[in-house]
Design a protein around this ligand. Sequence first.
Ligand SMILES: N[C@@H](CCC(=O)N[C@@H](CS)C(=O)NCC(=O)O)C(=O)O
Length: 211
Amino acid sequence: MITVHHLNNSRSQRILWLLEELGSDYEIKRYERDKTTNRAPAELKAIHPLGKSPVITDGDNVIAETGAIVEYILENHGEGRFIPEAGTEDYLLYRHFMHYAEGSAMLPFLLALYTGYLGEAAAPLTPIIMNEIKAQLDYIEYHLIRSHYMVGDELTGADFMMIFPLEAAKARGRLLGYDACVEYVEKIHKRPAYLKALEKGGDYAFGPDVS
Ligand SMILES: N[C@@H](CCC(=O)N[C@@H](CS)C(=O)NCC(=O)O)C(=O)O
């Protein structure tokens, strides 16, 4: 059975969402961020040397990195769901977004977060980072104006990847004027499997207000 090593307020929430959509059996082992530094606890390093979340274990397999985890789950437990047919344009776009989410979309958001700690010293970098955030959001909006989900009108693995950068952008008020992105996040936040995952995962600052 899959164990999700789940850090509060983290990307591993999207793995719980995927497992709920698939109706898979899984268990959650919880880890709490340090209240002062917000970093993952050292115990996570005992599971995988990077000490990041998400990481899953499945029998003897230990898989880290969200994209690798989503692919692993779809290939081994997905029964063909959430992967477009091989050889189609949708498949190419699916693969693109599987890599794009962490490889490109997240980068400027992380830069904004980290340079934010520098205060005024970050000023020379701010316009470059803001331009890059705009470029990424324009690109995502372009796709979401044309289809219900990241790849066409059906949910695919790409959505489990892309929800996090968009949730992070929304939580920081960066989706003003990106109506298709906002609509997409709200649509996903209403899915019963998403809400079930939220209930199971607990503490998640980027989800819908369910209080
Ligand atoms: N690209 C990696 C990023 C992993 C990552 O940075 N996870 C964050 C949680 S969202 C984390 O573990 N942060 C705690 C820390 O770095 O101490 C992935 O998608 O799995």
